[in-house]
Design a protein around this ligand. Structure first.
Ligand code: PML
Ligand code: MG
Length: 268
């Protein structure tokens, strides 16, 4: 018997700024429990208690739901954030992103990619060759929506991550989001670091289905962060890509491989 699913989305603001968002695909039965978890999270956010919290619930048509897989997970431990950014650059160059596009993404994430030098609500879209920003609204960006892990994959992933002491909502949600981004038409790679002041990690995800976690990509206390998707799709197909990222429902039904931690020492 197929279960009807609902897209449940939360976004929270404080001082008229976006501070938190969450996405799930849930049955009617689980809607209340999951929404309460999201509410608590917004009320206990490290940027301060949310002042406005919005919930959106919409049914998903079963026939629209696609099945996806998680990328392979690599855990890179670096000694400081500058080393983390150098590593991210190397990974993005190897994935075919130009040095110009990488520099544009890092500059925007570091300076605050939205007008006023704050973090965006969603992600930037960056042309992977020219470095041009392509998202129509530079405050809102593109919000990746309507994706989730099946119950089996969630349990399996959490137990695999627990073995590396990484079973936390940041990692689980970032992997889920990256799985959808890498499945999208025209995406070459993604760079992300957290906009939460107490979370300094981020990742590079690439079209060969690798999620390279990097332990430090920004200084502690820094609130500027977010996501850049490097795309190669031409302006006509941009609207198709944005629609896919925001609206195509995707259930992730396969885990990827979890690789052991790798320690990066500084060159002496
Ligand atoms: C966020 O939750 O703000 C983004 C987190 C990205 C890094 C997740 C990880 O630790 O792998
Ligand atoms: Mg955040």
């Amino acid at each position: 018997m197929s279960v009807e699913l609902n897209s449940l989305r939360m976004r929270a603001e404080r001082d008229n700024r976006h501070i938190s968002g969450a996405e799930r695909l849930v049955s009617l039965e689980d809607l209340g429990t999951v929404a309460v978890d999201m509410l608590q999270r917004a009320l206990q956010h490290p940027c301060g208690q949310a002042e406005r919290i919005y919930f959106y619930v919409e049914p998903i048509k079963c026939e629209q739901l696609l099945s996806g897989c998680l990328p392979d997970f690599f855990n890179n431990q670096v000694t400081h954030w500058q080393q983390g950014r150098e590593l991210a650059k190397e990974m993005l160059l190897a994935a075919g992103v130009s040095a110009t596009a990488i520099a544009a993404a890092i500059r925007n994430l570091a300076d605050g990619a939205a007008p006023g030098g704050v973090s965006m609500r969603g992600a930037m879209l960056i042309d992977s060759k020219t470095g041009e920003r392509l998202e129509p609204d530079q405050a809102r960006g593109v919000r990746v929506s309507r994706m989730d892990l099946s119950a089996g994959v969630r349990a399996q992933l959490r137990s695999l991550l627990a073995a590396q002491k990484l079973d936390n909502p940041h990692v689980v949600e970032a992997l889920t989001l990256a799985a959808k981004v890498l499945a999208a038409p025209g995406v070459v790679a993604e760079l992300c670091w957290s906009d939460d002041p107490d979370y300094t990690a981020g990742y590079v995800a690439t079209a060969d289905k690798r999620y390279q976690r990097i332990s430090l990509l920004k200084p502690a206390g820094e609130e500027r962060g977010g996501r850049a998707f490097f795309v190669q799709c031409g302006k006509q197909r941009l609207a198709v890509l944005i629609d896919w990222l925001e609206h195509q429902p995707l259930m992730i039904e396969r885990v990827g491989r979890i690789h052991p931690v790798r320690y990066w020492r500084e060159e002496s």
